[in-house]
Design a protein around this ligand. Sequence first.
Ligand code: I3P
Length: 109
Amino acid sequence: KNGFLVRKVHADSDGKRTPRGKRGWKTFYAILKGLILYLQKGEYRPDKQLTDEDLKNAVSIHHSLAMKASDYSKRPNVFYLRTADWRVYLFQAPNAEQMQSWITRINTV
Ligand code: I3P
């Protein structure tokens, strides 16, 4: 599965709150391949190579949990992703259907 997602980093590994200055929303082209969610910056091209920065942004979804961010009301169609090492991301999908589809795909791999 792939598509545009807007990401906010809420907690770093071990659940530590991500500091100010690193909590802004950023748009990525997301590609879910196996147990890795790749997040590519910039324009989408099917043949685009992953840069070193893209690889740093990649998220392991092994033993992770995605769920609708019902307590977050500043933006619509936002879901949480909590990873096995207790990172927490918020992702905004383009619409409700896409949000649900990402949640289902992440939770059923
Ligand atoms: C953050 C940015 C986020 C905001 C976050 C800020 O600043 O403005 O949009 O989250 O607030 O810290 P920076 O880009 O300097 O990290 P919201 O959009 O959810 O308000 P927060 O610290 O309360 O999460």
